[in-house]
Design a protein around this ligand. Structure first.
Ligand code: DC
Length: 225
C-alpha cells in the first residue's frame, strides 16, 4: 500500500493537535499525538522523583511502565493515555508536566525509544501524526507534511483559555513565558530540534479558525489524490 501518512509539526499551541485530530477523522486515519508520549515519560519521571535529565533512570522507567495511547472519542483529546493500564485523565496536561516535558524530550535515548514506537505504529496503517520532528525525523517519507505556526500572543491566548476551561488559574504572562521557554528548548536541542521539513507546507493559523486549517489541509490532500 502506498504511504498515506500525514505529518503535522509545529510549536506549542500552534493548533496542530486539533487539526491533526480532525484531519485523521475526515481521512479515516489513526490520529497519533506524539507529544502525549513525551508527556507520559515526563510524568513518570516526576511521579517517581527521578531527575529530569537522568536518561538512564528515565529509560529504566520506560522499560518497566507501559505508556499507551488509546483512541477514545469520549475523551476531550480524542484519545486517553494509559500508564500501566490506568487512565491518566488530564494529568499529563498539568502545568508541572508541561514544564518538565521539554527537558525529558531532549534526551537522545528517550527520543530513540519514542521514535521506534511511533514508526511501529505507522507500519500498521495510515496515520496522521502530530509532533515536532515527524516530517524531519520520524516519517521523513510521509506523503503529506504540514508545519503549523501562530504568533506567540495567539498561542498564549489559546493555551490560557484551555487552562481556564479546566479550572486552572494560570496568568496569561505565565502561560506566554512557559510557551516561549518550551519553544526555546524544543528549537535548540541537539537531537531532532523543532523545525519545518524542507518539503512541508507551512500554515500560519494566527488568524484562522480550526475549521479553516482543516479545509486548507484537505484541499492540498484532495488535490494530490
Ligand atoms: O505537543 P505537546 O506540547 O504536547 O508536546 C510536549 C513536548 O514534547 C514538547 O514540548 C516537545 C516534546 N515533543 C517532542 O520533542 N517531539 C515530538 N514529536 C512531540 C513532542
Amino acid at each position: 500500500m502506498a504511504n498515506r501518512h500525514v505529518a503535522i509539526d509545529g510549536p506549542v499551541a500552534s493548533g496542530k493537535t486539533v487539526a491533526a485530530r480532525a484531519l485523521a477523522a475526515s481521512l479515516g486515519h489513526l490520529y497519533l499525538d506524539t507529544g502525549a508520549m513525551y508527556r507520559g515519560a515526563a510524568y513518570l519521571a516526576l511521579h517517581f522523583g527521578v531527575d529530569l535529565d537522568n536518561e538512564r533512570a528515565i529509560l529504566a522507567l520506560l522499560e518497566h511502565h507501559r505508556i499507551r495511547l488509546v483512541p477514545d472519542e469520549s475523551a476531550s483529546a480524542g484519545y486517553r493515555v494509559e500508564i500501566d493500564g490506568v487512565d491518566t485523565g488530564t494529568r499529563l496536561f498539568d502545568p508541572e508536566v508541561s514544564s518538565a516535558v521539554s527537558t525529558v524530550a531532549a534526551l537522545p535515548g528517550v527520543r530513540n525509544a519514542m521514535v521506534a514506537e511511533q514508526r511501529a505504529i505507522a507500519e500498521e496503517g495510515p496515520v496522521v501524526m502530530a509532533g515536532r520532528d515527524i516530517g524531519t525525523v520520524v516519517l521523513p517519507d510521509a506523503r503529506f507534511k504540514f508545519y503549523l505556526t501562530a504568533s506567540v500572543e495567539e498561542r498564549a491566548d489559546r493555551r490560557a483559555k484551555e487552562f481556564a476551561e479546566r479550572g486552572l488559574d494560570v496568568s496569561i504572562d505565565e502561560v506566554r513565558e512557559q510557551i516561549e521557554e518550551r519553544d526555546r528548548l524544543d528549537r535548540n536541542r541537539a537531537v531532532a530540534p523543532l523545525r519545518a521539513a524542507g518539503d512541508a507546507v507551512v500554515i500560519d493559523s494566527t488568524a484562522l479558525q480550526a475549521g479553516d486549517v482543516l479545509l486548507r489541509m484537505r484541499a492540498i490532500i484532495d488535490a494530490a489524490s
